[in-house]
Design a protein around this ligand. Structure first.
Ligand code: ARG
Length: 574
């Protein structure tokens, strides 16, 4: 695509003094109000350099660049040069790009030959996979898709919480009160009930704690029976997690969780010692981070066992050595801010220059209308139940909207739309904000929601079906398309949104913020619907129809590519 900013900067450069090309680029703006042009150049900064009043400078520039074929018109308004891009040239260029690149429209290669690790989801095994986990899971998956579209080689890691003293307790509990069939039938709920029972029983039988500690020690030493039980708990939990990942269409390249690093820690604990960073404190080992305002980090306990933070440091070292990452990204709740600040600091103090490439991407809390969730109080909302409920509710809505639709079709569509609605909602909010999960908002077909956008995509598809294959083929090839038919306000505004899409993806990647993509998809969908309502698309005039159909194909393509970046499907019918 033409980079208009580049072209404009070069034109302006011929008429000003004392500014580098890149400086001119930085000054060029995109006005909020389209009446002020597609691009504007304020001349305030030049006043000093050129020793002239800004309006005079603007006038000179405007007259100088006016006859370029790039512009429809150029105006000087006070200190501004307002530039209106030649619509037809712009439309032609944009549609050629969107249609020519198809599924690749929006992709770039800025990440070529660089590896990015995205760690996300990372639930704890034998614990509920609940609504709170949706954020990391869905934001992480979208960041993976975005970095993939930017040309990075992306490694997806699920850092399972599968290690720690609680597994000593779990194994003990299972031995005392467990039943194999129950675990197989309903692994997580059953294992959780054993764990809860352990905490009740230990009040009366404190010796259980010693037993649990001893059991964990055996697990750490790799004794057969303990390892087998632990492995079994892990496998059963993963089966349950995978059911949800399948529903969401999410997968991982690695499930190396905390346990994977249990034998990879002594090395850097030694390094910490050699660098004089490790202090003894009542038999435990800590790193004092007070001077950085980060408190003290506990590295090993007095019984020698390691902690969550120790395993994170070991994991980062392993990842650097295995993948040589350019960025190592952690999509984890903002509640863990201190944890990440602490260990990033420790890695830096160890002298690893790649500490700066570790990125914590935090996000806020999700709560339910009924109040916050609490595992301890049994107010757990399982993610799987939420997804199933979304599908069920969507079925009802579809049945209501299209009485008589085929049940098999309804099933398929309800899955796409119901689960899509939850994903979209999740990615609509600026990730750092806390938000309240509300069914009415998630499943509203008219609001700025997943169903609305998917419905818009299906509407594009429906227009194309009605246009007929011949016209669609001609339009898709942009054969004899006369772009003058796409100069109306609603068509042109839509085309501008399509043009912006690739930049939006880059921006979302830089800021680790999928909601930037979500926002833009809503804008494109609204832009399309405005065009759809304002214009008669399938007119009798074959040439006019072909041009407009080309825009429908382009809008459909861009919306689909956008949804793909969120991990959502784009239905042809709804
Ligand atoms: N398992 C942890 C939890 O559920 C999240 C792990 C986050 N990742 C990490 N590398 N620390 O809270």
């Amino acid at each position: 695509m033409i980079n208009f900013k580049d072209e404009i900067a070069e034109l302006i450069a011929q008429h000003v003094e004392g500014l580098e090309l890149s400086e001119i680029q930085d000054i060029i703006e995109v006005p909020q109000d389209p009446k002020m042009g597609d691009y504007a150049f304020p001349c305030f900064r030049l006043a000093k350099i050129m020793r002239k009043a800004p309006p005079l400078i603007a006038k000179g520039i405007a007259e100088g660049i006016d006859d370029s074929s790039l512009f429809e018109k150029v105006e000087q308004v006070n200190a501004y040069v307002n530039m209106f891009i030649s619509k037809e040239a712009f439309i032609k260029d944009t549609l050629e790009e969107v249609l020519g690149r198809g599924e690749d429209f929006g992709k770039t290669d800025i990440g070529e030959n660089k590896t990015v690790i995205v760690e996300y989801s990372s639930p704890n095994i034998a614990k509920p996979f609940h609504i709170g986990h949706i954020r990391s899971t869905v934001i992480g998956n979208s960041l993976y898709k975005i970095f993939d579209a930017l040309g990075y080689n992306v490694i997806r890691i699920n850092h399972l919480g599968d290690y720690g003293t609680q597994f000593g307790k779990m194994i003990c509990a299972y031995r005392h009160w467990g039943n194999k069939e129950d675990v197989i039938r309903e692994p997580i709920k059953t294992l959780l009930s054993y764990y809860t029972r352990f905490h009740v029983e230990v009040e009366e039988h404190p010796e259980l704690d010693d037993e649990a500690r001893e059991t964990f020690a055996k697990l750490e030493r790799g004794e057969k029976e303990e390892v087998e039980l632990w492995q079994w708990f892990r496998d059963e939990s993963l089966k349950e997690f995978n059911r949800v990942y399948d529903m969401l269409g999410i997968s991982f390249d690695s499930y190396n969780g905390e346990s994977f690093y249990s034998d990879k820690m002594p090395r850097f604990v030694r390094e910490l010692e050699e660098k004089g960073l490790l202090k003894e404190s009542q038999g435990a080992h800590v790193v004092d981070l007070e001077e950085y305002g980060l408190g003290t980090a506990l590295i090993t306990k007095s019984d020698g066992s390691t902690l969550y933070i120790t395993r994170d440091i070991a994991a980062a070292v392993y990842r650097k050595e295995t993948y040589d990452f350019y960025k190592n990204i952690y999509v984890v709740a903002s509640q863990q801010n201190l944890h990440f600040q602490q260990w990033f600091k420790i890695v830096e103090l160890l002298g690893y220059e790649w500490a700066k490439d570790c990125v914590h991407v935090p996000f806020g809390l999700v709560s339910l209308e009924e109040g916050t969730m609490s595992t301890r109080h049994g107010r757990v909302v399982f993610l799987e139940d939420v997804l199933n409920k979304a599908v069920e509710k969507t079925k009802e809505i579809i049945r209501e909207k299209n009485a008589g639709a085929d049940e098999a079709d309804i099933d398929e569509t309800a899955k796409t739309v119901g689960i899509g609605a939850v994903i979209f909602q999740e990615l609509s909010n600026n990730r750092i904000k806390d938000y309240v999960f509300k069914w009415d908002k998630v499943l509203n077909f008219d609001g700025e929601t997943g169903p609305y956008v998917q419905y818009t995509h299906a509407r594009c598809a429906s227009v194309l079906r009605r246009a007929g294959e011949e016209t669609v083929a001609k339009a898709a090839a942009l054969k004899d398309v006369d772009y003058k038919y796409l100069c109306s306000e609603s068509a042109y505004e839509l085309i501008k949104l399509l043009y912006k899409f690739p930049d939006v993806v880059v921006d979302a990647g830089h800021r680790y913020e999928p909601s930037i993509v979500t926002r833009h998809i809503v804008d494109m969908a609204q832009g399309f619907n405005r065009f759809y309502h304002d214009e008669h698309i399938l007119t009798d005039d074959e040439q006019e129809k072909t041009a407009k159909v080309a825009l429908v194909i382009a809008a459909k393509n861009a919306i689909r590519n956008g949804l793909a970046l969120l991990g959502m499907k784009a239905p042809e019918k709804m």
